[in-house]
Design a protein around this ligand. Structure first.
Ligand code: NCD
Ligand code: ZN
Length: 373
């Protein structure tokens, strides 16, 4: 209201000017402690090394199950959960109250009874569909979707959310088209076949994906990563190949990035925060055949804030980061508050990953404009 008064009655300020006027007066924003609805924390020493960075900022997170071996049973998920809880407690401070929610890894051998066990545990919120071969540790995933129809039926009955890695694996399909082809050819029919099944299109990266989710029934939502909101493919490929920007789904062109930003800042509760922070040892990334995954946990919230600020939508960050996901999953949002403060800091060049390894975070050695207090 204030900005339109300044500009005179009846004049609507353009988005850029609005962004400028808002940014000018906001050096500190408070929000409910956020939640990360798509997080990889690995296992063993690496897990203990990376859990504190997420737990220090996020109140809760949905932990991905693509371990070696994959987390295919409720028993394995609960054991993994205990290890994560112990790592968070050991970190102390705010991290000690971190709540990890677990995800089952669906295979063609998953039994419907496993879905019952997952729901009854109270700690598993979702099961994940990895098309076999689509991404890191997805080989045990699903080759023919019909094979998991009985499991999806049970998930629909019991209200367990289906998280989807939304890319086809057909080598004939160009890597930049794999999400759009999946959305049209696999996801749309799936949603039509299971109208009561709650589905999250994970790390959506395309205008087509966003449009599908927006127009789909309320049962369908999507997570958005900070890196797909902030970068397009030139960050990875222009002026030298930068393996730390390589992730799946792969960064797309600018037109898609804009569609993602529009969705994230739209205020629609169908779009919420999921970092897909995915640490790999430096050597596995800086390689002739580098692994997919960007490690963003230590800078994720400041990176989202950067994107929301550039879009003139900092006032919509809290819904996206702290409320909509919890609402979709039917769990309480945090009641604590945190502050994002405008103060520059430098992302470390690397952070320890256990066993003598290190991981290079996104934006390593570069400056962030927002810090979490
Ligand atoms: C993830 C990983 O490394 O586990 N990699 C990635 O590029 N996003 C897996 C995934 O979510 O696809
Ligand atoms: Zn992921």
């Amino acid at each position: 209201a204030r900005s339109s008064r300044r500009l005179g009655a009846g004049r609507k300020p353009c988005a850029l000017l609005r962004a400028f006027l808002r940014a000018e007066r906001m050096d500190r924003i408070e929000l409910l402690r956020p939640a990360d609805w798509h997080l990889h924390v690995r296992q063993g020493e690496a897990m203990r090394a990376v859990v504190p960075a997420s737990a220090a900022v996020f109140a809760q997170a949905l932990v991905m199950p693509n371990l070696k071996p994959p987390v295919t049973t409720t028993a394995a998920a609960l054991a993994y959960r205990e290890e994560i809880l112990a790592a968070a407690r050991a970190a102390g401070g705010r991290a000690a109250s971190f709540v990890p929610w677990m995800t089952l890894y669906l295979t063609e051998a998953t039994a419907p009874q496993e879905i019952d066990r997952a729901v009854d545990s109270g700690a598993v919120l979702a099961a994940k569909l990895y098309p076999a071969g689509a991404t890191t540790n997805s080989d045990a995933g699903v080759r023919r979707i019909e094979r998991i129809y009985p499991v999806l039926e049970r998930m629909q009955q019991r209200g367990l959310v289906l998280c989807v890695h939304g890319e086809v694996v057909d080598p004939e399909v160009d890597i930049f088209d794999r999400e759009a082809v999946f959305v049209e050819g696999v996801l749309a029919p799936l949603v039509a076949r299971f109208p009561g099944l709650k589905v999250v299109l994970e790390h959506v990266t395309t205008a087509e994906g966003v449009a599908f989710v927006r127009e789909a029934p309320e049962t369908v939502a999507a997570t958005l990563t900070a890196h797909h909101l902030r970068y397009e493919r030139n960050a990875m490929l222009a002026g030298g190949i930068r393996p730390h920007f390589y992730c799946l789904p792969i960064l797309k062109r600018e037109r898609h990035r804009r569609a993602l930003v529009e969705a994230a800042t739209s205020g629609s509760p169908k779009f919420f925060l999921g970092t897909d922070s995915a640490p790999h040892p430096r050597g596995a990334k800086e390689s002739a055949c580098g692994c997919a995954g960007c490690y963003t946990a230590p800078l994720a919230l400041p990176l989202y804030a950067e994107v929301f600020e550039a879009a003139g939508a900092l006032d919509r960050l809290e819904g996206f980061a702290s409320r909509f996901g919890a609402c979709f999953y039917g769990v309480p949002e945090s009641t604590e508050r945190i502050a994002l403060v405008r103060r520059p800091w430098t992302v470390p060049a690397a952070v320890p990953l256990g066993e003598g390894e290190e991981v290079v975070p996104l934006r390593a050695g570069e400056t962030m404009g927002w810090v979490v207090e």
